[in-house]
Design a protein around this ligand. Sequence first.
Ligand SMILES: NC(=O)c1ccc[n+]([C@@H]2O[C@H](COP(=O)([O-])OP(=O)(O)OC[C@H]3O[C@@H](n4cnc5c(N)ncnc54)[C@H](O)[C@@H]3O)[C@@H](O)[C@H]2O)c1
Length: 385
Amino acid sequence: MKTILVTGGAGYIGSHAVKELINQNYNVVVLDNLENGHREAISKQASLEIVDLKDKEKIAEVFAKHSIDAVIDFAAYLAVGESMDKPEKYLRNNVLNFINLLDVMAETGCGFIIKSSTAATYGNPTKENDIPWKEDFTDRYQPQRSALLEGKWQSKTTFAEDFFQLFINEYYNNIAGRPELRLNDNEITKLRIPMSIYGLSKLLDEIILNKYDKLHSIKSVSLRYFNVCGAHPDGDLGDDKPAPTNLMTVAMLQALGKIPEIKIFGQDYNTPDGTGVRDYIHPSDLATGHIKALEYLFRGGQSEVINLGTGRGASVLEVIGAAEKASSRKINAVKAPRRSGDPDISIADPSKAKQLLDWQTEFDLEQMARTAWNWHSNHPDGFKS
Ligand SMILES: NC(=O)c1ccc[n+]([C@@H]2O[C@H](COP(=O)([O-])OP(=O)(O)OC[C@H]3O[C@@H](n4cnc5c(N)ncnc54)[C@H](O)[C@@H]3O)[C@@H](O)[C@H]2O)c1
């Protein structure tokens, strides 16, 4: 029986993956600092190691205690808006702590990792045929198309280009003694694609994984997934974050009267109803996608970057409509200005996942809304309920 280390396994998506891994007869060790995760979300059959990825020695102790065959890495911060205010926080957790994990894998000879990446690596489409996003977009990127260089990407206090430099300079300060982790011109160009520091941190992780493959033969699949929504069909797992930003989650919390209103950020996007369009995906579909990616590597597959999405888009108004239908309640949604870092539209081309992993989604938006309502209405205070 293979043992899989799941970092962030106490979180929303990680807990779904842990449950599915156990269903499929894997031995699971969860590594989580429980900052945003919940002990109650972890299947009883999994072992829990309460460790922060900033502590490399503690990670090494986990690898010494359990014989780890592969890692699935979910542990990260993921709020786009917050990443624009606190770039260093995102660099530290999403990149430098991730390097700690990879170093321990290299030292112990663990050669397989599935990485949570994100559609936020793609930025904003500028041509009609950019959508649906294909994985090679980030390889065929032309610098003049950069949202950053066009000056569209601004934070409250700093111009985007300064922000970008700040992030890269901080990265360089932290890897000063490690020339093997420096970036070449092509890699720096690629890093200008995302619209947020969050997206940038994950694209940098993908680049770093490429380096660990060349240096230490660590094989990886980076899974770029789109907007996750819904809850486990068994009703025992759902999204419970201290500061929820997930649209379906906040819609359900509003339907329950837990929050006074939800905000529709931007009504003048280049989309049919003017609100942002995203590819929503259910966490159970993601769980099977991660396990199929793991099996692909165990079969001898090469390192890859693969989209996990449905290939269909839904607007903010359509998601709110699905939440109202599932809850049979009117949701109080108010208009608000655009947030920086949000593209107009983001939809996956999932054909590579179908071809390489034999994977496709099963849940549609209505099922996502139904499972989400089932979880939130039965857990109005989340896992504490
Ligand atoms: N939720 C989405 O819509 C979405 C979309 C695309 C990608 N992702 C990616 O999926 C992953 C999981 O997202 P989620 O929604 O389940 O988030 P989550 O916050 O529910 O789960 C993340 C887990 O990681 C843990 N963690 C964070 N930093 C850690 C550290 N330094 N050491 C140990 N544990 C740590 C947290 O305690 C939490 O349990 C993230 O990497 C995110 O970037 C999420």
